[in-house]
Write a protein that binds this ligand. Sequence first.
Ligand SMILES: Nc1ncnc2c1ncn2[C@@H]1O[C@H](COP(=O)(O)OP(=O)(O)OP(=O)(O)O)[C@@H](O)[C@H]1O
Length: 472
Amino acid sequence: MLEYHSQKFLSFREENPVAEITNGELDSFWEFLQKKFKQEFAAVSYQTWIESAQPIKLENQKIYIAVPSGLHKDYWERNISTKVVEAAYEYGNQEIVPVVILESELKKPTTTAALNPTTETSENIQKKSPLQEAHLNSKYTFDSFVTGTGNQMAHAAALVVSEEPGTMYNPLFIYGGVGLGKTHLMQAIGHRLLDRKPQANVKYISSESFANDFINSIQNRTQESFRNEYRTVDLLLVDDIQFFADKEGTQEEFFHTFNTLYNTKKQIVLTSDRLPNEIPKLQERLVSRFKWGLSVDITAPDLETRTAILRKKAIAENLEIPDDALSYIASQIDSNVRELEGALVRVQAYSTMNNEDITIGLAAEALKDLKDSKHQAGLTIDKIQSQVAKYYKVTVDDLKGKRRNKTIVLPRQIAMYLARELTDSSLPKIGQDFGGKDHTTVLHSCDKITKLLENDLTIQHDITNLKASLKN
Ligand SMILES: Nc1ncnc2c1ncn2[C@@H]1O[C@H](COP(=O)(O)OP(=O)(O)OP(=O)(O)O)[C@@H](O)[C@H]1O
């Protein structure tokens, strides 16, 4: 998003040079933001997130904003920062990037340096810590990672790799559904290696940023330094590799990066939402290389693990939440840890706003609108299966079975798609209810039907009919 804006902005600025928004305009830009967000946010959200924030300074196209807690910081970074960037365009055709900091940090002398862009642009760049160089999030460590049935194996493999990089499992390929801790675990490897060897050259990058860096290097004729940067690391962490699909040139470049690192026994760790051979349009030679090491999956955490994750988070944020309320929150979100953390933020904000302690009752009240409205209350996978079977004149056993006739495969994929769309069941749970299939099969079915829905009128018609029949 930011990259898209900055490109748009650059071309805009070349044609329309405008005066920079300066620190003197901090107040008026903040006023502009407040006015805009007041219209955009519900009153409750506005009070919780915007009123509690204070603008500190605006310099070098960065606005420094102080917020009261880690939860506020998370929320700002995930949900509000992009809106600030957009608002800055509206305000003055400028790219302004927010830097969100904790109020408590403001009091520390070290933050003064962080807030001083003059030092930041010159000296600090040279003095970046290994963590900054590696682009690691300081929160994503092994210490803050909770292990449970869904991630034990991935955790163990990550530990081994962090202790013996480049030897045992190379590459390590971690795959699984959205928000289940792949990035966290991958970055934990980087942290552990840097703890042990602070001089190690660790690099974390999303596959999209790798692709962008590569394209920029071609445009700017800096391919040599691009190659040096990626081919000389000790540990390369590439996140969400599925976004390499369709990017031929990037795949080619990554193939050479991979070979160089592999041949020099440098560790490579990759994550994806699916197995290498299920990533569409991924070159066969990459698929086979990705399988050379170890592939481990992460599946949705069980209730116990979800509660433990929330407990750890609550302790880290100094929140006082009774165990029964934690279990209640954990029972409400079963398939995505990011959403689980979001639910905790929501309950915390609700309690602050109403000035009440957190109890199960308060948590229930805070989360009552959270369930996506597209999910139909009471609709089960069983009901979807029997309705789809009836509609296509096949049996429920056909849907759960393995037969691959065209007349069965499509209804099966549609039933899985509807289960994903209309219930809050996780991918593994849907797979299990369809005769014990792997979650990646469900994912593949959902992708396939989503694609077909773009152009196929018959499928559009069938899905509309089926959705209507499931409402009754
Ligand atoms: N086992 C865990 N223990 C503690 N925190 C966890 C765990 N699993 C996930 N999280 C937290 O959940 C959030 C989402 O995790 P992360 O970003 O690593 O997921 P992901 O699988 O990489 O998601 P995506 O598919 O969207 O890239 C992070 O804040 C992470 O710290």
